[in-house]
Write a protein that binds this ligand. Structure first.
Ligand code: NAP
Ligand code: MG
Length: 498
Protein backbone atom coordinates (compact mmCIF):
# COMPACT_ATOMS: atom_id res chain seq x y z
CA UNK A 1 0.00 0.00 0.00
CA UNK A 2 1.19 3.48 -0.84
CA UNK A 3 1.39 5.54 2.40
CA UNK A 4 3.67 8.56 2.01
CA UNK A 5 3.80 12.12 3.36
CA UNK A 6 3.38 12.21 7.06
CA UNK A 7 5.49 11.79 10.15
CA UNK A 8 7.02 8.35 10.51
CA UNK A 9 5.10 7.80 13.73
CA UNK A 10 1.76 8.73 12.19
CA UNK A 11 2.50 6.45 9.26
CA UNK A 12 3.35 3.50 11.47
CA UNK A 13 0.28 3.93 13.65
CA UNK A 14 -1.99 4.16 10.66
CA UNK A 15 -0.41 1.07 9.14
CA UNK A 16 -0.79 -0.96 12.36
CA UNK A 17 -4.34 0.23 12.74
CA UNK A 18 -5.27 -0.83 9.20
CA UNK A 19 -3.68 -4.26 9.55
CA UNK A 20 -5.99 -5.26 12.43
CA UNK A 21 -9.64 -6.11 11.66
CA UNK A 22 -11.75 -3.44 13.33
CA UNK A 23 -14.51 -4.11 15.87
CA UNK A 24 -17.40 -2.22 17.50
CA UNK A 25 -16.90 -0.23 20.68
CA UNK A 26 -19.67 -1.34 23.04
CA UNK A 27 -19.66 -0.75 26.78
CA UNK A 28 -15.96 0.11 26.80
CA UNK A 29 -14.86 -3.04 24.96
CA UNK A 30 -13.97 -3.81 21.36
CA UNK A 31 -16.27 -6.59 20.20
CA UNK A 32 -16.93 -8.40 16.93
CA UNK A 33 -20.42 -8.38 15.39
CA UNK A 34 -22.86 -10.85 16.93
CA UNK A 35 -23.26 -12.27 13.43
CA UNK A 36 -19.48 -12.50 12.98
CA UNK A 37 -19.80 -10.57 9.69
CA UNK A 38 -17.31 -8.01 8.42
CA UNK A 39 -17.13 -5.71 5.41
CA UNK A 40 -14.25 -4.29 3.35
CA UNK A 41 -13.14 -0.66 3.53
CA UNK A 42 -11.82 0.81 0.26
CA UNK A 43 -9.27 3.45 -0.71
CA UNK A 44 -11.06 5.66 -3.28
CA UNK A 45 -7.75 6.60 -4.94
CA UNK A 46 -7.25 3.07 -6.29
CA UNK A 47 -10.34 1.07 -5.34
CA UNK A 48 -8.24 -1.33 -3.23
CA UNK A 49 -9.37 -2.83 0.08
CA UNK A 50 -7.41 -1.24 2.96
CA UNK A 51 -9.14 -2.63 6.05
CA UNK A 52 -11.95 -4.80 7.38
CA UNK A 53 -14.69 -3.43 9.63
CA UNK A 54 -17.32 -5.24 11.68
CA UNK A 55 -20.74 -5.35 10.04
CA UNK A 56 -23.13 -4.46 12.82
CA UNK A 57 -26.89 -4.96 12.70
CA UNK A 58 -29.85 -4.91 15.08
CA UNK A 59 -28.25 -7.34 17.56
CA UNK A 60 -25.18 -5.11 17.96
CA UNK A 61 -27.30 -1.96 18.14
CA UNK A 62 -29.36 -3.58 20.92
CA UNK A 63 -26.18 -4.19 22.94
CA UNK A 64 -24.89 -0.68 22.31
CA UNK A 65 -28.21 0.91 23.31
CA UNK A 66 -28.31 -1.16 26.51
CA UNK A 67 -24.75 -0.04 27.34
CA UNK A 68 -25.56 3.61 26.63
CA UNK A 69 -28.73 3.37 28.75
CA UNK A 70 -26.87 1.84 31.68
CA UNK A 71 -24.16 4.48 31.44
CA UNK A 72 -26.76 7.25 31.29
CA UNK A 73 -28.79 6.06 34.28
CA UNK A 74 -26.05 4.64 36.50
CA UNK A 75 -22.31 4.66 36.94
CA UNK A 76 -19.96 7.61 37.02
CA UNK A 77 -21.26 9.63 34.04
CA UNK A 78 -24.51 11.04 35.51
CA UNK A 79 -22.66 11.87 38.74
CA UNK A 80 -19.93 13.85 37.04
CA UNK A 81 -20.05 17.63 37.27
CA UNK A 82 -20.28 19.65 34.07
CA UNK A 83 -16.73 20.80 34.63
CA UNK A 84 -15.50 17.21 34.86
CA UNK A 85 -17.26 16.48 31.57
CA UNK A 86 -15.69 19.60 30.08
CA UNK A 87 -12.25 18.43 31.19
CA UNK A 88 -12.71 15.07 29.46
CA UNK A 89 -13.86 16.74 26.24
CA UNK A 90 -10.86 19.04 26.35
CA UNK A 91 -8.51 16.08 26.94
CA UNK A 92 -10.04 14.34 23.94
CA UNK A 93 -9.43 17.44 21.80
CA UNK A 94 -5.78 17.40 22.88
CA UNK A 95 -5.52 13.69 22.09
CA UNK A 96 -6.91 14.32 18.58
CA UNK A 97 -4.29 17.03 18.05
CA UNK A 98 -1.55 14.76 19.38
CA UNK A 99 -2.57 12.07 16.85
CA UNK A 100 -3.32 14.46 14.00
CA UNK A 101 -0.84 12.99 11.49
CA UNK A 102 -2.17 9.52 11.92
CA UNK A 103 -5.84 10.56 11.88
CA UNK A 104 -5.29 12.68 8.77
CA UNK A 105 -3.66 9.80 6.96
CA UNK A 106 -6.47 7.44 7.93
CA UNK A 107 -9.02 9.99 6.69
CA UNK A 108 -7.22 10.41 3.38
CA UNK A 109 -6.90 6.67 2.79
CA UNK A 110 -10.54 6.11 3.70
CA UNK A 111 -12.28 9.10 2.10
CA UNK A 112 -9.80 10.07 -0.62
CA UNK A 113 -9.42 13.74 0.30
CA UNK A 114 -6.02 15.47 0.00
CA UNK A 115 -3.85 14.81 3.04
CA UNK A 116 -3.18 18.53 3.41
CA UNK A 117 -6.92 19.16 3.63
CA UNK A 118 -7.41 16.41 6.22
CA UNK A 119 -4.39 17.68 8.19
CA UNK A 120 -5.35 21.36 8.01
CA UNK A 121 -9.14 21.19 8.21
CA UNK A 122 -10.73 17.87 9.17
CA UNK A 123 -8.54 16.87 12.10
CA UNK A 124 -7.93 20.22 13.83
CA UNK A 125 -11.57 21.06 13.06
CA UNK A 126 -12.66 17.93 14.89
CA UNK A 127 -10.51 18.75 17.91
CA UNK A 128 -12.00 22.22 17.93
CA UNK A 129 -15.57 20.82 18.04
CA UNK A 130 -14.70 19.09 21.32
CA UNK A 131 -12.97 22.17 22.72
CA UNK A 132 -15.77 24.52 21.75
CA UNK A 133 -18.49 22.30 23.21
CA UNK A 134 -16.45 21.65 26.37
CA UNK A 135 -17.14 25.30 27.11
CA UNK A 136 -20.90 24.78 26.93
CA UNK A 137 -20.95 21.94 29.47
CA UNK A 138 -20.71 24.44 32.34
CA UNK A 139 -23.11 26.95 30.80
CA UNK A 140 -26.28 24.96 30.21
CA UNK A 141 -28.72 26.39 32.69
CA UNK A 142 -32.42 26.82 33.23
CA UNK A 143 -34.09 30.12 34.08
CA UNK A 144 -36.30 31.51 36.81
CA UNK A 145 -39.62 32.98 35.80
CA UNK A 146 -41.83 35.64 37.33
CA UNK A 147 -45.31 34.27 37.93
CA UNK A 148 -48.16 35.46 35.76
CA UNK A 149 -50.75 34.66 38.41
CA UNK A 150 -51.30 36.13 41.86
CA UNK A 151 -49.71 34.52 44.91
CA UNK A 152 -46.27 33.44 46.04
CA UNK A 153 -44.49 31.21 43.61
CA UNK A 154 -41.05 30.02 42.74
CA UNK A 155 -40.93 28.90 39.14
CA UNK A 156 -37.88 27.76 37.25
CA UNK A 157 -36.63 25.46 34.53
CA UNK A 158 -34.02 22.74 34.65
CA UNK A 159 -32.09 21.87 31.51
CA UNK A 160 -31.45 18.13 31.49
CA UNK A 161 -29.70 15.83 29.01
CA UNK A 162 -32.16 14.24 26.59
CA UNK A 163 -30.76 10.76 27.29
CA UNK A 164 -29.43 8.09 24.95
CA UNK A 165 -28.66 9.54 21.53
CA UNK A 166 -28.03 7.84 18.19
CA UNK A 167 -25.62 9.69 15.89
CA UNK A 168 -25.71 8.78 12.21
CA UNK A 169 -23.13 10.48 10.01
CA UNK A 170 -22.05 10.62 6.33
CA UNK A 171 -18.70 10.01 4.66
CA UNK A 172 -17.69 13.46 3.39
CA UNK A 173 -16.04 14.70 6.61
CA UNK A 174 -16.06 11.48 8.60
CA UNK A 175 -14.29 12.48 11.81
CA UNK A 176 -15.57 16.05 11.77
CA UNK A 177 -19.21 14.97 11.35
CA UNK A 178 -18.84 12.48 14.21
CA UNK A 179 -17.25 15.16 16.41
CA UNK A 180 -19.90 17.67 15.41
CA UNK A 181 -22.58 15.53 17.04
CA UNK A 182 -20.67 13.70 19.74
CA UNK A 183 -19.14 16.81 21.31
CA UNK A 184 -22.39 18.69 22.07
CA UNK A 185 -24.20 15.47 23.05
CA UNK A 186 -21.51 14.65 25.62
CA UNK A 187 -21.28 18.26 26.79
CA UNK A 188 -25.01 18.09 27.54
CA UNK A 189 -24.53 14.88 29.56
CA UNK A 190 -26.01 12.40 27.07
CA UNK A 191 -24.59 9.00 26.20
CA UNK A 192 -24.23 8.07 22.53
CA UNK A 193 -24.16 5.37 19.89
CA UNK A 194 -22.31 6.50 16.77
CA UNK A 195 -22.99 4.85 13.38
CA UNK A 196 -20.33 6.04 10.92
CA UNK A 197 -20.92 5.79 7.16
CA UNK A 198 -20.09 2.39 5.71
CA UNK A 199 -17.64 4.02 3.29
CA UNK A 200 -15.58 5.71 6.02
CA UNK A 201 -15.58 4.04 9.43
CA UNK A 202 -11.86 4.29 10.23
CA UNK A 203 -11.27 7.62 11.98
CA UNK A 204 -14.38 7.15 14.13
CA UNK A 205 -12.92 3.86 15.35
CA UNK A 206 -9.55 5.44 16.08
CA UNK A 207 -11.43 8.18 17.92
CA UNK A 208 -13.04 5.42 20.01
CA UNK A 209 -9.59 4.30 21.12
CA UNK A 210 -8.67 7.86 22.08
CA UNK A 211 -11.96 8.16 23.99
CA UNK A 212 -10.91 5.14 26.04
CA UNK A 213 -7.40 6.48 26.56
CA UNK A 214 -8.53 9.82 27.96
CA UNK A 215 -10.84 8.07 30.42
CA UNK A 216 -14.49 8.39 29.40
CA UNK A 217 -16.51 5.93 31.52
CA UNK A 218 -17.54 2.75 29.70
CA UNK A 219 -20.80 2.86 27.76
CA UNK A 220 -20.80 6.66 27.40
CA UNK A 221 -19.60 6.42 23.78
CA UNK A 222 -20.45 3.33 21.75
CA UNK A 223 -19.53 2.96 18.08
CA UNK A 224 -21.21 0.45 15.81
CA UNK A 225 -20.06 0.18 12.19
CA UNK A 226 -22.22 -1.24 9.44
CA UNK A 227 -24.80 -0.33 6.83
CA UNK A 228 -27.56 2.23 6.97
CA UNK A 229 -30.34 -0.12 5.94
CA UNK A 230 -29.57 -2.45 8.87
CA UNK A 231 -27.53 -0.85 11.68
CA UNK A 232 -28.73 2.71 10.93
CA UNK A 233 -32.37 1.68 10.64
CA UNK A 234 -32.19 -0.37 13.87
CA UNK A 235 -30.77 2.63 15.70
CA UNK A 236 -33.34 5.08 14.39
CA UNK A 237 -36.32 2.89 15.28
CA UNK A 238 -34.96 1.67 18.63
CA UNK A 239 -37.40 2.27 21.51
CA UNK A 240 -34.45 2.70 23.91
CA UNK A 241 -33.06 5.69 22.01
CA UNK A 242 -34.31 9.15 23.04
CA UNK A 243 -32.95 11.16 20.13
CA UNK A 244 -31.39 10.72 16.71
CA UNK A 245 -29.08 13.28 15.20
CA UNK A 246 -28.56 12.57 11.53
CA UNK A 247 -26.49 14.12 8.76
CA UNK A 248 -26.94 12.77 5.26
CA UNK A 249 -29.29 12.80 2.33
CA UNK A 250 -32.80 14.23 2.42
CA UNK A 251 -34.11 10.87 1.26
CA UNK A 252 -32.65 8.99 4.24
CA UNK A 253 -33.60 11.87 6.55
CA UNK A 254 -37.24 11.18 5.74
CA UNK A 255 -36.76 7.47 6.52
CA UNK A 256 -35.21 8.37 9.88
CA UNK A 257 -38.16 10.59 10.67
CA UNK A 258 -40.60 7.76 9.97
CA UNK A 259 -38.56 5.31 12.03
CA UNK A 260 -38.49 7.77 14.93
CA UNK A 261 -42.27 7.93 15.26
CA UNK A 262 -42.45 4.65 17.23
CA UNK A 263 -41.36 6.28 20.49
CA UNK A 264 -41.54 9.88 19.22
CA UNK A 265 -37.83 10.29 19.71
CA UNK A 266 -36.39 13.74 19.14
CA UNK A 267 -34.80 14.21 15.72
CA UNK A 268 -32.23 16.64 14.33
CA UNK A 269 -31.63 16.43 10.59
CA UNK A 270 -28.83 18.05 8.62
CA UNK A 271 -29.64 17.18 5.03
CA UNK A 272 -28.75 18.07 1.49
CA UNK A 273 -28.47 21.39 -0.26
CA UNK A 274 -28.34 23.12 -3.63
CA UNK A 275 -26.98 26.41 -2.45
CA UNK A 276 -26.89 29.51 -4.65
CA UNK A 277 -23.97 31.90 -4.98
CA UNK A 278 -25.06 35.28 -6.31
CA UNK A 279 -22.49 37.66 -7.73
CA UNK A 280 -23.50 41.30 -8.15
CA UNK A 281 -21.69 43.49 -10.68
CA UNK A 282 -19.86 45.48 -7.99
CA UNK A 283 -18.35 42.35 -6.38
CA UNK A 284 -14.60 42.15 -5.75
CA UNK A 285 -13.94 39.54 -8.42
CA UNK A 286 -10.38 38.87 -7.30
CA UNK A 287 -11.89 37.38 -4.17
CA UNK A 288 -15.22 36.18 -5.57
CA UNK A 289 -13.69 33.99 -8.29
CA UNK A 290 -11.54 31.79 -6.03
CA UNK A 291 -14.37 31.70 -3.49
CA UNK A 292 -16.86 30.51 -6.11
CA UNK A 293 -14.35 27.89 -7.26
CA UNK A 294 -13.55 26.66 -3.74
CA UNK A 295 -17.23 26.71 -2.92
CA UNK A 296 -17.85 23.92 -5.40
CA UNK A 297 -14.48 22.16 -5.79
CA UNK A 298 -13.44 21.96 -2.10
CA UNK A 299 -13.51 18.31 -0.92
CA UNK A 300 -14.26 17.37 -4.54
CA UNK A 301 -17.65 19.03 -4.23
CA UNK A 302 -18.78 16.57 -1.58
CA UNK A 303 -19.99 19.30 0.74
CA UNK A 304 -23.60 19.78 1.83
CA UNK A 305 -23.21 23.56 1.79
CA UNK A 306 -21.40 23.63 -1.60
CA UNK A 307 -22.25 26.67 -3.72
CA UNK A 308 -23.45 24.62 -6.67
CA UNK A 309 -25.70 27.15 -8.43
CA UNK A 310 -23.92 30.28 -9.62
CA UNK A 311 -25.93 33.36 -10.60
CA UNK A 312 -23.78 36.20 -11.87
CA UNK A 313 -24.82 39.57 -13.26
CA UNK A 314 -24.40 39.66 -17.05
CA UNK A 315 -21.71 42.36 -16.81
CA UNK A 316 -19.40 40.06 -14.87
CA UNK A 317 -20.66 36.64 -15.96
CA UNK A 318 -18.05 35.84 -18.64
CA UNK A 319 -15.12 36.97 -16.52
CA UNK A 320 -16.40 34.99 -13.58
CA UNK A 321 -17.07 31.76 -15.40
CA UNK A 322 -13.74 31.95 -17.19
CA UNK A 323 -11.99 32.61 -13.85
CA UNK A 324 -13.66 29.66 -12.13
CA UNK A 325 -12.85 27.40 -15.08
CA UNK A 326 -9.18 28.50 -15.01
CA UNK A 327 -9.08 27.78 -11.29
CA UNK A 328 -10.52 24.30 -11.95
CA UNK A 329 -7.94 23.58 -14.64
CA UNK A 330 -5.09 24.51 -12.31
CA UNK A 331 -6.18 22.11 -9.55
CA UNK A 332 -3.76 19.22 -9.23
CA UNK A 333 -5.92 16.13 -9.38
CA UNK A 334 -4.51 12.96 -7.81
CA UNK A 335 -4.43 10.58 -4.87
CA UNK A 336 -4.86 12.40 -1.58
CA UNK A 337 -1.59 10.97 -0.26
CA UNK A 338 0.50 12.87 -2.84
CA UNK A 339 1.75 16.11 -1.30
CA UNK A 340 0.78 18.44 -4.14
CA UNK A 341 -2.74 17.06 -4.67
CA UNK A 342 -5.46 19.71 -4.44
CA UNK A 343 -8.35 17.61 -5.62
CA UNK A 344 -8.85 13.97 -4.68
CA UNK A 345 -11.14 11.23 -5.94
CA UNK A 346 -14.83 10.91 -5.11
CA UNK A 347 -15.54 8.60 -2.21
CA UNK A 348 -16.91 5.51 -3.93
CA UNK A 349 -17.92 3.68 -7.06
CA UNK A 350 -21.54 4.58 -6.28
CA UNK A 351 -20.68 8.26 -6.02
CA UNK A 352 -18.73 8.34 -9.29
CA UNK A 353 -21.66 6.73 -11.07
CA UNK A 354 -23.99 9.31 -9.57
CA UNK A 355 -21.81 12.27 -10.57
CA UNK A 356 -21.01 11.02 -14.10
CA UNK A 357 -24.76 10.45 -14.55
CA UNK A 358 -25.30 14.17 -13.90
CA UNK A 359 -22.42 15.13 -16.22
CA UNK A 360 -24.19 13.29 -19.02
CA UNK A 361 -27.60 14.68 -18.07
CA UNK A 362 -26.23 18.25 -18.13
CA UNK A 363 -24.65 17.84 -21.56
CA UNK A 364 -27.74 16.06 -22.93
CA UNK A 365 -29.97 18.88 -21.68
CA UNK A 366 -27.89 21.40 -23.66
CA UNK A 367 -25.83 23.02 -20.92
CA UNK A 368 -22.47 24.32 -22.20
CA UNK A 369 -19.42 22.53 -20.77
CA UNK A 370 -16.91 25.29 -19.99
CA UNK A 371 -14.42 22.92 -18.41
CA UNK A 372 -14.25 19.30 -17.26
CA UNK A 373 -17.26 17.09 -17.84
CA UNK A 374 -15.56 13.67 -17.75
CA UNK A 375 -14.40 10.86 -15.54
CA UNK A 376 -10.62 10.52 -15.62
CA UNK A 377 -9.21 7.51 -17.40
CA UNK A 378 -7.20 6.12 -14.47
CA UNK A 379 -7.70 3.83 -11.47
CA UNK A 380 -9.75 5.23 -8.61
CA UNK A 381 -12.90 7.35 -8.58
CA UNK A 382 -11.64 10.52 -10.25
CA UNK A 383 -13.84 13.00 -12.06
CA UNK A 384 -12.87 16.38 -13.53
CA UNK A 385 -13.92 19.56 -11.75
CA UNK A 386 -16.68 20.76 -14.04
CA UNK A 387 -18.37 24.04 -14.95
CA UNK A 388 -21.61 24.11 -16.92
CA UNK A 389 -22.78 27.49 -18.24
CA UNK A 390 -26.05 28.63 -19.80
CA UNK A 391 -28.04 26.37 -17.52
CA UNK A 392 -31.74 26.74 -16.84
CA UNK A 393 -34.00 25.81 -13.98
CA UNK A 394 -35.63 22.89 -15.74
CA UNK A 395 -32.30 20.98 -15.87
CA UNK A 396 -31.68 18.25 -13.31
CA UNK A 397 -28.12 19.58 -12.77
CA UNK A 398 -29.70 22.81 -11.48
CA UNK A 399 -32.53 21.29 -9.47
CA UNK A 400 -30.95 18.24 -7.85
CA UNK A 401 -28.11 17.88 -5.40
CA UNK A 402 -25.17 16.28 -7.23
CA UNK A 403 -22.79 16.18 -4.25
CA UNK A 404 -19.83 16.41 -6.59
CA UNK A 405 -17.59 19.05 -8.23
CA UNK A 406 -20.16 20.31 -10.74
CA UNK A 407 -21.09 23.98 -11.00
CA UNK A 408 -24.14 25.25 -12.91
CA UNK A 409 -23.77 28.88 -13.94
CA UNK A 410 -26.33 31.28 -15.35
CA UNK A 411 -26.52 35.05 -15.65
CA UNK A 412 -29.11 37.60 -14.59
CA UNK A 413 -29.66 41.02 -16.05
CA UNK A 414 -32.18 42.74 -13.83
CA UNK A 415 -31.51 44.79 -10.72
CA UNK A 416 -34.70 43.71 -9.00
CA UNK A 417 -33.67 41.91 -5.83
CA UNK A 418 -37.09 40.26 -5.67
CA UNK A 419 -36.47 38.53 -9.02
CA UNK A 420 -32.95 37.53 -8.14
CA UNK A 421 -33.90 36.06 -4.77
CA UNK A 422 -36.92 34.27 -6.29
CA UNK A 423 -34.55 32.43 -8.63
CA UNK A 424 -32.15 31.59 -5.81
CA UNK A 425 -35.04 30.38 -3.64
CA UNK A 426 -36.54 28.23 -6.39
CA UNK A 427 -35.35 24.96 -4.83
CA UNK A 428 -36.65 22.40 -2.37
CA UNK A 429 -33.47 22.95 -0.33
CA UNK A 430 -32.45 25.83 1.92
CA UNK A 431 -29.12 25.11 3.55
CA UNK A 432 -26.82 28.00 2.63
CA UNK A 433 -26.64 30.97 0.29
CA UNK A 434 -23.67 33.10 -0.74
CA UNK A 435 -23.65 36.73 -1.84
CA UNK A 436 -20.92 38.85 -3.32
CA UNK A 437 -21.43 42.61 -3.37
CA UNK A 438 -19.78 45.70 -1.89
CA UNK A 439 -23.16 47.34 -1.39
CA UNK A 440 -24.24 47.00 2.24
CA UNK A 441 -27.86 47.74 1.44
CA UNK A 442 -28.05 44.99 -1.16
CA UNK A 443 -26.22 42.56 1.13
CA UNK A 444 -28.58 42.98 4.07
CA UNK A 445 -31.74 43.16 1.97
CA UNK A 446 -30.76 39.95 0.19
CA UNK A 447 -29.77 38.24 3.44
CA UNK A 448 -33.39 38.74 4.55
CA UNK A 449 -34.93 37.53 1.31
CA UNK A 450 -32.94 34.31 0.92
CA UNK A 451 -34.57 31.22 2.37
CA UNK A 452 -31.50 29.51 3.77
CA UNK A 453 -30.22 28.57 7.20
CA UNK A 454 -26.95 30.41 6.61
CA UNK A 455 -26.23 33.39 4.38
CA UNK A 456 -22.57 34.25 3.78
CA UNK A 457 -21.67 37.68 2.42
CA UNK A 458 -18.29 38.01 0.68
CA UNK A 459 -17.06 34.77 2.17
CA UNK A 460 -17.37 31.03 2.05
CA UNK A 461 -17.21 29.65 5.52
CA UNK A 462 -18.89 28.60 8.70
CA UNK A 463 -18.08 29.11 12.34
CA UNK A 464 -18.82 26.98 15.38
CA UNK A 465 -20.20 30.04 17.13
CA UNK A 466 -23.12 30.45 14.69
CA UNK A 467 -25.98 27.98 14.23
CA UNK A 468 -25.91 25.80 11.12
CA UNK A 469 -28.85 24.00 9.56
CA UNK A 470 -31.45 24.10 6.88
CA UNK A 471 -34.69 25.70 5.82
CA UNK A 472 -37.16 23.56 3.88
CA UNK A 473 -35.93 20.07 2.96
CA UNK A 474 -32.37 20.81 4.10
CA UNK A 475 -33.25 19.73 7.60
CA UNK A 476 -34.73 20.12 11.04
CA UNK A 477 -33.02 21.98 13.82
CA UNK A 478 -29.58 23.54 14.09
CA UNK A 479 -26.09 22.39 14.98
CA UNK A 480 -23.21 24.49 16.40
CA UNK A 481 -23.53 27.40 18.80
CA UNK A 482 -25.82 27.36 21.84
CA UNK A 483 -28.67 25.93 19.73
CA UNK A 484 -26.49 23.00 18.75
CA UNK A 485 -25.84 21.87 22.31
CA UNK A 486 -29.30 22.73 23.63
CA UNK A 487 -30.75 20.35 21.07
CA UNK A 488 -29.37 17.52 23.23
CA UNK A 489 -31.37 18.70 26.25
CA UNK A 490 -34.94 18.71 27.56
CA UNK A 491 -36.46 21.56 29.54
CA UNK A 492 -38.18 20.67 32.77
CA UNK A 493 -40.40 23.28 34.41
CA UNK A 494 -40.65 23.33 38.19
CA UNK A 495 -43.52 25.28 39.79
CA UNK A 496 -43.42 25.69 43.56
CA UNK A 497 -46.33 27.17 45.53
CA UNK A 498 -44.65 28.95 48.43
P1 NAP B 1 -26.90 8.85 3.19
O1 NAP B 1 -26.99 7.72 2.28
O2 NAP B 1 -28.11 9.57 3.63
O3 NAP B 1 -26.08 8.31 4.45
C1 NAP B 1 -25.83 9.03 5.62
C2 NAP B 1 -25.79 8.07 6.79
O4 NAP B 1 -27.07 7.48 6.97
C3 NAP B 1 -24.82 6.92 6.60
O5 NAP B 1 -24.25 6.60 7.85
C4 NAP B 1 -25.74 5.84 6.13
O6 NAP B 1 -25.24 4.54 6.33
C5 NAP B 1 -26.96 6.07 6.96
N1 NAP B 1 -28.18 5.47 6.43
C6 NAP B 1 -28.47 5.10 5.16
N2 NAP B 1 -29.71 4.56 5.09
C7 NAP B 1 -30.22 4.59 6.34
C8 NAP B 1 -31.44 4.17 6.91
N3 NAP B 1 -32.40 3.62 6.18
N4 NAP B 1 -31.63 4.35 8.24
C9 NAP B 1 -30.68 4.91 9.00
N5 NAP B 1 -29.49 5.31 8.52
C10 NAP B 1 -29.26 5.16 7.20
O7 NAP B 1 -25.99 10.00 2.65
P2 NAP B 1 -24.59 9.82 1.96
O8 NAP B 1 -24.81 9.43 0.56
O9 NAP B 1 -23.73 8.94 2.80
O10 NAP B 1 -24.04 11.34 2.08
C11 NAP B 1 -24.36 12.31 1.14
C12 NAP B 1 -25.56 13.15 1.54
O11 NAP B 1 -25.39 13.70 2.85
C13 NAP B 1 -25.78 14.33 0.66
O12 NAP B 1 -27.12 14.42 0.27
C14 NAP B 1 -25.39 15.54 1.50
O13 NAP B 1 -26.00 16.74 1.20
C15 NAP B 1 -25.72 15.10 2.85
N6 NAP B 1 -24.91 15.82 3.83
C16 NAP B 1 -25.47 16.83 4.56
C17 NAP B 1 -24.74 17.54 5.47
C18 NAP B 1 -25.36 18.64 6.29
O14 NAP B 1 -24.75 19.10 7.25
N7 NAP B 1 -26.55 19.11 6.00
C19 NAP B 1 -23.40 17.23 5.66
C20 NAP B 1 -22.84 16.21 4.91
C21 NAP B 1 -23.60 15.51 4.00
P3 NAP B 1 -24.35 3.83 5.18
O15 NAP B 1 -23.51 4.83 4.53
O16 NAP B 1 -23.60 2.87 5.99
O17 NAP B 1 -25.32 3.18 4.25
MG1 MG C 1 -24.84 5.58 1.91
Amino acid sequence: MNIPVTSVEGKKLATDFLATPRKHLINGKWVASQSGKTFPVYNPADGQVIAQAAEGDKADIDLAVAAARAAFERGPWPKMTPSQRAKLLWKLADAIDAHADELALLETLDNGKPLKLARMADIPGSAEKFRYNAGWATKLNGETMSANKPGDWHMYTLREPVGVVGLIVPWNFPLMMAANKMAPALAAGCTVILKPAEQTPLTALRLGELIQEVGFPEGVVNIVTGFGETAGAALSEHPGVDKISFTGSTEVGKLILKAATGNLKRVTLELGGKSPIIIFPDADLDRAIPAAANGIFFNSGQVCAASSRLYAHKDVFDKLVEGVAKHAEKLKVGPGTEPDTDFGPLVSQEQIERVTGYLKAGADAGARVVTGGKRLDREGYFVQPTVFADTSHDMSIVREEIFGPVLSASSFSDDDLEQISAKANDTTYGLSAYLWTQNLGIAHKMAKKLKAGTVCVNTFGLDLAVPFGGYKQSGWGRENAREGVETYTEIKSVIVGL
